[in-house]
Write a protein of this length. Structure first.
Length: 94
């Protein structure tokens, strides 16, 4: 997450406004990281995303300007698939 702040509402917890300056990374297992934000007022956690080794590798590839549109599309589809798999496996753990 870049250095800009994001204003949010804790719609599942205290219902108050808060500002997020960064995500929190939690190392899970098997090389999986869970990223979330946390309401500073009530502590409610909101999952942002999970990443594994393959996910991070694909993210680096996507930042390359030398890949074709077709390859970029294929990589984005794979990222979506990985994300869905990780969400099914890890959602209750963050």
């Amino acid at each position: 997450m870049n250095s800009s702040a994001i204003n949010l509402v804790c719609n599942k917890g205290c219902k108050r406004n808060f500002t997020v300056h960064r995500m929190i990374r939690r190392r899970l297992d098997n090389g999986v990281d869970g990223y979330y934000i946390k309401c500073p007022k009530c502590g409610h956690k909101y999952r942002v995303f999970y990443s594994n080794t393959e996910y991070r590798k694909i993210q680096k590839q996507l930042h390359s300007n030398s890949i074709s549109i077709e390859e970029r599309s294929r990589l984005l589809e794979r990222l979506q698939q990985i994300s869905e798999e990780l969400n099914k496996e890890y959602d209750p753990k963050v």
